[in-house]
Ligand binder design. Sequence first.
Ligand code: ATP
Length: 282
Amino acid sequence: MSVTLRAHAKINLTLDVLARRPDGYHEVEMIMQSIELHDTLNFNIAQKDITLMVTGLPVPEGADNLVLKAAHLLREFSGTELGATISLNKKIPVAAGLAGGSTDAAATMLGLNQLWNLGLQRDDLMGLALQLGADVSFCLLGGTAIARGIGEVLSPLASAPRFGVVLVKPSFGISTKDVYQNLSLDNLGLRPNTSAMVRALGEGNLKQVAGELVNVLESVTIQIKPELNELKTKLKKAGCQGVLMSGSGPTIFGLTADMKSAVEVAKGLDLPDCQVLVTGMI
Ligand code: ATP
């Protein structure tokens, strides 16, 4: 038996930070959106061991990989003694603010639940998700959703319009920890209006959606990497209606009416030091 699943990346259409918790985590409110860009995972039954092989972009293949962490967590929780041979074809840029590791972890739980015939419900998997990372819960659900708490309290929204997305990933990475450490809760600047974004998405109005794109982490990351501002300007000039940093960055995304116009925008970009990807909201 063999199971193959796509693990989709996400962007943040809004990201607000509400409070710092005593345990160091932050309470957030954000609108998360799945995009077409995905990794592909294949699961095959094995007698005992769980092994991982990675192709595509380089990520660690050892115990640190979130795929293996998710697989071992699920095996422990379910009590099964079965093993699995897992292959991961990595396409989502790594440490980019696109939840690449989290979506692989979510797909691993869904895939092994099927492969091992565990019959676990989504709620069981949701309970495990938080042990793997704050974005894993959303990745289990996918689509469009408001995420609160530290990202695990989800309110699904109606399907969003299939706007085109141009992703620009600079060659440098950014540490999420550094960004949060530099964030001053007394001085967040412009805050997102979550209900206005929900309305704009419901109306399918790209101009309104573009006007509501706000991420309070953006100015913090731009302070660390000022060149991100130039990337934003270039994306706007090339024809994106709205432009924002995803998560804690450094990926910048631009929205267009559809995938076809996203392809046109990408053609007009001259960014030799960046990875440019065309995708779409799903
Ligand atoms: P988020 O948007 O959830 O903050 P991210 O897109 O910024 O995530 P990831 O791509 O998930 O970041 O990578 C973060 C770290 O996780 C990297 O240092 C990477 O080595 C490690 N990692 C472990 N497993 C994976 C995986 N399957 N895919 C990508 N990164 C992984």
